[in-house]
Design a protein around this ligand. Structure first.
Ligand code: SF4
Ligand code: SF4
Length: 459
């Protein structure tokens, strides 16, 4: 495909249209296509291109925000078919929302890609292997109890040394399909805690109770990083919060929402709202950025549902990222240094925290309160790490390159610790730290605060 990659090219539309040969007859249906008004807000200036991770790696206009907006417009107008080649350009979007932050014209690309993804899922027939992989992910990842059924063989795979053996002999590299290889490569070390939720339903505040908060455990996080949830509870209770963790809570729907699975997302969102209803909470807290962004969007996601529209708005108004909440209410627990010497920490901005929720100062302010901590900023700090939910599984090559870049940039800061507040970013960064043989600690900010409150040292 020959299209101009020049940010300010005036010939983009003709170039794109003439170079895209119709392959199939699929097109958008009439149910909420990407809005022509939102599309028209784009003035084609190209400012967003340099901050777009897919454009940075793939280097084609069609894999940039501006190019994708052209494609949406072309499909809306009937000039471009929703062919497999075109759908692939939407699939390569990480949904990181960096373009939303950058765009001087306020183009709501988030809404455009959200509508487009749902259209692609409804109207673009995927290949059988692709379909099976997606169905497997959507049928297991959002359901911790189903995911746990798969864990027993995976635990055996890790504990019996099979993982080490297959990785070291290069067997996985040679024989596993690329996407399964990518899935295997981000599998964290499993512990007995992965198999069962251990936290009680109500955990009292330590000392005087200041707030009563609900906590969302996350579907993948509670299985793969239960230690982050445990640390979050300890930090909250130490700071005067009574923590309520409804047993029946499931997935918030972030994973399916980001992939255009509308019906499943609506069902999961309603379930989450019902689970947290009538608990008399001051706030509903989440410690994973992707989930936090979706939870705050419930009002928009359920706007057309007569029964849930108002409830969804009310629920979303209570949702706070845990760092946002703690920064707002203030830490009351005493903090101790994590080591006797100055400790350099690089805080990694997760996209749905930075671009989606506009939270960047709050986590840094919290970390700075730990004695001896010095924060370091990496170059390209606002560029996606390539995890992006399940992007690193579905688009392993682009995900891999971004992961490599992210870890190089973070470790180039010389930091002894990387702090990351998203389960997907943590697994992606951990994988690339290992691949690059970098011995740097990787922790969630809640874990660092927990250590500090407990007076524990890092080494
Ligand atoms: S999305 Fe915004 S920044 Fe990008 S080309 Fe359009 S107007 Fe310019
Ligand atoms: S969401 Fe991210 S990957 Fe997608 S177009 Fe915007 S900047 Fe590029």
């Amino acid at each position: 495909m020959q299209v101009s990659d020049q940010p300010n090219s005036n010939n983009l539309v003709p170039n794109l249209l003439t170079s895209l040969t119709p392959i199939g007859s699929e097109t958008f249906d009439s149910k909420n296509p990407p809005s022509p008004e939102l599309i028209d807000a784009c003035v084609h200036c190209g400012f967003c291109l340099s901050t777009c991770p897919s454009y940075r790696i793939i280097g084609k206009e069609t894999d940039s925000p501006r190019g994708r907006i052209y494609l949406m417009d072309g499909i809306n107008e009937g000039d471009i078919p929703l062919s497999p080649a075109i759908a692939q350009h939407f699939d390569t979007c990480l949904g990181c929302l960096a373009c939303v932050t950058t765009c001087p014209s306020g183009v709501q690309y988030d809404q455009l890609i959200e509508a487009t993804r749902a259209q692609v899922e409804r109207n673009h027939p995927r290949s059988l292997p692709e379909k099976l992989l997606r169905q497997f992910i959507f049928a297991t990842f959002p359901y911790p109890n189903r995911l746990r059924v798969l864990l027993a063989p995976l635990l055996a795979y890790q504990k019996l040394g099979l993982q080490k053996l297959l990785r070291s002999t290069g067997w996985l590299e040679k024989f596993l399909p690329q996407q399964l290889k990518a899935m295997e490569s981000v599998l964290p070390d499993l512990t007995p805690e992965s198999f069962k939720d251990q936290l009680p339903e109500v955990i009292p505040a330590k000392g005087e109770k200041r707030y009563r908060v609900g906590m969302i455990l996350g579907c993948v996080q509670r299985v793969f990083l239960p230690e982050v949830n445990n640390a979050t509870v300890r930090v909250l209770t130490a700071n005067g919060c009574e923590v309520v963790i409804p047993k029946l809570q499931g997935c918030c729907g972030a994973l399916t929402h980001h992939q255009g699975q509308e019906a499943q997302t609506l069902e999961l969102a309603k379930q989450t709202i019902d689970t947290f209803a009538h608990l008399n909470l001051d706030a509903v807290l989440i410690n994973a950025s992707g989930c936090g962004h979706t939870l705050k969007e419930y009002g928009h996601i359920l706007k057309d549902d007569r029964q849930y529209a108002a409830k969804a708005k009310e629920f979303s108004s209570k949702v706070k990222d845990v760092q946002e909440f703690l920064d707002h209410v203030g830490l009351t627990a005493k903090l101790s240094p994590l080591q006797d010497q100055p400790l350099a920490i690089a805080y990694q901005d997760a996209c749905h925290m930075l671009h989606g929720q506009k939270i960047s100062l709050e986590p840094r302010r919290l970390l700075r309160q730990i004695p001896n901590v010095q924060l370091r900023e990496s170059i390209d700090a606002s560029l996606c790490c390539g995890s992006a939910g399940i992007y690193n599984i579905l688009q392993p090559e682009v995900g891999h390159e971004l992961g490599e870049m992210k870890v190089t940039n973070l470790t180039d800061t010389g930091a002894e610790v990387i702090a990351s507040a998203n389960v997907g970013c943590i697994t992606q960064i951990r994988k690339h730290l290992k691949l690059q043989n970098k011995n740097v600690l990787l922790m969630h900010p809640m874990q660092l605060l927990d250590y500090s409150i407990q007076g524990k040292k890092l080494n």
